[in-house]
Design a protein around this ligand. Structure first.
Ligand SMILES: Nc1nc2c(ncn2[C@@H]2O[C@H](COP(=O)(O)OP(=O)(O)OP(=O)(O)O)[C@@H](O)[C@H]2O)c(=O)[nH]1
Ligand SMILES: [Mg+2]
Length: 581
């Protein structure tokens, strides 16, 4: 299916032409038919001779209803520009064409209506020339009279070739359905309609509506129930779990997690603004219209602060409207999470940054470089693809080259830490993470390179030992223990050797001593040695038998026995005797 929207001055014959093309009445309201004036959006459809299905969004031409017109053309890839032969280029012709140009609509057909009332040739020529200067470029033109029917087949033929030339929509893209109507249906609950510009929807889907999810109970397209609808399409969705009062034009139904709301964004104007820009504008996108404060950064770069957040992505085309002056500007979304502008000159630097960077997805590498790291799902929801050379670590995406840069910085961080705390083998991971200015401990292991290693929650130098004085004292104790594995030095001996709690803890961390209990230190391997001695004692044995087997004092034997129990080397029996496990 294809979807187009009409455009043109009031009473120029848009609805009449839609009626002639589709046989359907686009003016839905009694008041519209009575006054012969379109007020809100109308919808009609037909099957063209080629079999192509076409839906038409018919917009009002009256200047008071430009807001409705904007909601109708916001998601539509092509336009049917209607100008009456007896009136020619008029105020809302100009305004609607400016809107299509600001939206960047590239595909259009010109229909000069009321050809029975005046010679259409001069109007065709004049309007085609004016359109040539817009995003629509060289537009085919057809003269038509709805009164006589002359030219209607030519309009059909021109539509066929226009639609054949439309780019294929991205059906794998996430869904962002801007709601243009919401109404209750007896027995079905709430129904919303919109133009599906990308992606697909099916009954049973769950879609996000601001902060919650709603279920799609059924899908209709062009008045008929369908299993699913694919872009481009007019769709009506029957929603589960939402009341019609909770919905209005401008709300969006989204693929969950694929979009994020933004209230502050940087855009670049599609054309340099001739005059001073207004400080307040209305931002139009899809069927939404939201007030915004505008700040010109420099050149065409503009920062917007929206009164209500919108689910926008980098690459979106917005229309900025100055309602007072009836001026519109096209604007490309460049960043939906822009940096704060605090210092003097920051606005100018930001504008330069945006000017230097390619528009759209090609700017992803520059954007990731600016951010250094970002959650991959956030980055995608902002509309960026994963740039080449980026590194994924868990949920994070790191800029190309950043892992190498951080890995190169880490040895210096570890060395400085150890200078201040010689007894510690290296900084805890959280300390290293802060020094590297990373957001998550999970990222630290990705930048640890030899000779650094991760050990017990710290970044350590794999080959580092203890400070020389401490090492000598530990060596002397190890020599004693080598001769007598259970002769733990007592408090006096430790103090005389200069080994306080911190030094001993460092020796334990370094794997040179094993702490059995406060003040009781033995050599690594003591568990095996203790077991070997006990193997020669008939089980079950008492603590005092074990103590004799080890040849040590109660001061060492009591905690050692418990330490062995705790490690499952020995088993304590109900009568307090032990046996080996
Ligand atoms: N003679 C003649 N009259 C036409 C033709 N097309 C439309 N009209 C008449 O022009 C008047 C306005 O037509 P509409 O189709 O309602 O115009 P519109 O552009 O939809 O107007 P809005 O939706 O209010 O902007 C109606 O009275 C139509 O009958 C035509 O080709 N020839
Ligand atoms: Mg109309």
């Amino acid at each position: 299916m294809d979807v187009i929207a009409t455009a043109g001055h009031v009473d120029h014959g848009k609805s009449t032409l839609v009626r002639a093309l589709t046989g359907m009445e686009p003016d839905r309201w009694e008041e519209e038919r009575r006054r012969g004036l379109t007020i809100d959006l109308g919808f009609a459809w037909t099957t063209l001779p080629s079999g192509r299905r076409l839906a038409v969004v018919d917009v009002p031409g009256h200047e008071r209803f430009v807001g409705n017109m904007l909601a109708g053309v916001g998601s539509v890839p092509a336009a049917l520009v209607v100008v009456a032969a007896d009136d020619g280029w008029s105020a809302q012709t100009a305004e609607h064409v400016a809107v299509l140009d600001a939206l960047g609509v590239r595909h259009a057909l010109l229909a000069v209506t009321k050809a029975d009332l005046a010679d259409p040739a001069p109007v065709l020529a004049d309007v085609r020339e004016r359109l040539a200067a817009t995003s629509m470029g060289d537009v085919p033109g057809v003269a038509v009279s709805a009164a006589t029917g002359a030219g209607v087949p030519d309009v059909v033929a021109a539509l066929e070739s226009l639609l054949a030339g439309l780019p294929a929509p991205d059906r794998d893209a996430p869904v962002r359905l801007w709601i243009d109507r919401a109404f209750p249906v007896k027995g079905a609950g709430t129904v919303v309609t919109g133009t599906l510009a990308a992606g697909r929807v099916a009954a049973g889907d769950r879609l996000q509506l601001s902060n919650r999810e709603v279920g799609v109970r059924g899908v209709h397209s062009l008045g008929r129930p369908v299993e699913r609808a694919e872009a481009t399409a007019r769709v009506a969705l029957n929603l589960r779990g939402t009341a019609v009062e909770e919905l209005s034009r401008g709300d969006a139904l989204l693929t969950p997690s694929a979009f994020r709301d933004t209230a502050e964004l940087d855009v670049t104007l599609a054309r340099a603004p001739g005059d001073r820009l207004p400080a307040e504008v209305v931002v139009h996108v899809g069927s939404a219209a939201v007030g915004a404060r505008l700040r010109l950064l420099e050149g065409t770069a503009v920062r917007l602060r929206l009164a209500t957040p919108l689910p926008l992505r980098v690459g979106d085309r917005l229309l900025l409207r100055d309602p007072g002056a009836r001026r519109v500007f096209g604007a490309d979304v460049r960043d939906v999470d822009p940096p704060e502008l605090r210092r003097r000159g920051a606005a100018r630097r930001r504008a330069e940054e945006l000017a230097a960077r390619p528009v759209g997805a090609a700017g992803a590498a520059a954007e990731l470089a600016r951010r250094r790291f970002v959650r991959a799902t956030d980055f995608a929801a902002m509309g960026w693809p994963v740039p080449e050379g980026a590194t994924a670590v868990g949920p994070w995406l790191l800029a190309p080259g950043l892992v190498g840069e951080l890995a190169a910085a880490l040895p210096g961080i570890v060395a400085r830490y150890r200078q201040l705390r010689p007894l510690e083998p290296g900084p805890p991971v959280a300390v290293a993470r802060r020094a590297l200015e990373l957001p998550d401990d999970e990222l630290v292991p990705a930048v640890v390179r030899e000779p650094l290693a991760l050990r017990e929650g710290r970044v350590v130098v794999a080959t580092a030992g203890l400070p020389a004085g401490v090492q000598q004292a530990v060596d002397r104790i190890r020599a004693t223990l080598a001769a007598d594995p259970f002769a733990a030095p007592d408090a006096d001996q430790l103090r005389a050797a200069g080994l306080g709690p911190r030094e001993l803890a460092a020796a334990v961390r370094d794997g040179q001593l094993v702490k059995i209990a406060d003040g009781v230190y033995l050599a690594p391997g003591v568990a095996e040695q203790a077991r070997a001695r006990l193997a020669g004692v008939p089980a079950p044995f008492t603590l005092s038998q074990a103590r004799s087997a080890w040849g040590t004092s109660r001061r060492v034997a009591v905690p050692l026995m418990e330490w062995l129990d705790a490690r499952g080397v020995t088993e304590r029996l109900p009568d307090d005797t032990r046996r080996l496990r």
